[in-house]
Design a protein around this ligand. Structure first.
Ligand SMILES: [Mg+2]
Length: 331
């Protein structure tokens, strides 16, 4: 079926029928606004992330379902990076004329599936025709107990720098796709179907273990740079301590030039956070119970000199490559 046969309101009715309301949602899709409950002693977290065809994704390389899932995960990752719990999602869609209703159903199924994974509901949104690319803009609302928010600005000299999971997998998958090769199933899933570290972020915040936190979306060095600027500190990062997946390490063994992808490749959606020395023992227990590897990759230092990275041989990388910036190209 073509969208023209269904019409905008037919399409919205279809979304409404498929989107069950979650806890705290009084009114979801179908009125002028969504109506949700707020709880005393909690703060509201709100974030928006846009996925634009041919900027963030190619429809040839992924599926509508995975695109829907990724759209949710990248937003939940931002809520997790503050330590919050996602509650409600609002989906804006710019739909190109060539998209069939079956593809949109699949995209919506991916959004709802991922929303359920993280305990969120789809509470509203907007749809319109796009004269060009497919556009997905998702806004996520989350909540957190007042006093538990972890921002970017709390890192102190002497704190350890930690990152969850592994780095560079998504960027390596993208490199393979751009070269016309098929990435391994593991790398492809890290790129097309990332997992937001929701439970980890909540736990670090609730137990007050992290002084500052950010999710790795633009690349480790770029995101660490954001955190350090907000904290007016610098950091020393041990390149040899960066956590690499088996697939990344195997590719690196063949092509050592891939290492910068672990430093600057984007879209890992891991959590990067700083931990005071006294909290390190508690962190080991978190890593164990959350079954997510947490790697110490460096130390926060005084002064705003940025990041010093030592390479795998212990030498200083003079000018580490920067991460992704939408408005700067080739720098
Ligand atoms: Mg972020």
């Amino acid at each position: 079926m073509k969208l023209a046969e269904l019409g905008e309101f037919g399409f919205i009715a279809r979304i409404r029928a498929a989107a069950p309301p979650g806890p705290g949602l009084r009114l979801g899709i179908g009125d002028d606004c969504a109506v949700s409950e707020v709880t005393a002693g909690e703060l509201l977290l709100t974030t928006t992330d846009m996925l634009l065809e041919d900027v963030h994704f190619c429809r040839d390389w992924t599926s509508p379902r995975l695109l829907g899932r990724k759209c949710v995960a990248v937003n939940v990752s931002d809520i997790a990076a503050m330590g919050g719990t996602v509650r409600h999602l609002y989906l804006g869609l710019g739909i190109p004329a060539d998209m069939a209703v079956a593809e949109l159903d699949e995209l919506l199924a991916g959004v709802l599936e991922a929303a359920a994974d993280y305990g969120a509901d789809l509470a509203g949104g907007d749809t319109c025709a796009s004269s060009g690319p497919l556009v997905l803009s998702l806004t996520a609302e989350g909540t957190i107990a007042d006093g538990d928010v972890v921002g970017r600005g709390g890192a102190c000299p002497g704190d350890a720098v930690y990152v969850s999971g592994s780095l560079g997998d998504s960027a390596l998958a993208l490199r393979e796709l751009r070269a016309g090769r098929r990435p391994s199933a593991f790398l492809a899933s890290r790129h097309h179907d990332p997992t937001a570290r929701a439970a980890l972020g909540q736990r670090l915040a609730r137990e007050h273990l992290a002084t500052a936190m950010i999710d790795v979306s633009d690349g480790l060095l770029a995101d660490l740079g954001h955190l350090l600027r907000a904290s007016t500190c610098g950091a020393r990062i041990d390149g040899a301590a960066l956590p690499l997946s088996a697939d990344f390490a195997a590719a690196l063994a063949v092509e050592p030039g891939l290492f910068p992808l672990a430093l600057s490749g984007g879209e890992d959606y891991e959590l990067l956070f700083t931990v005071p020395p006294a909290a390190i023992a508690s962190l080991a227990r978190v890593a164990e119970t959350e079954t997510i590897p947490l790697s110490r990759i460096g130390t926060v230092v005084a002064g705003a000199q940025g990041v010093i990275v030592t390479d795998r041989n212990g030498g200083v990388v003079a000018s580490p490559p920067s991460g992704h910036d939408h408005f700067r190209r080739g720098v």
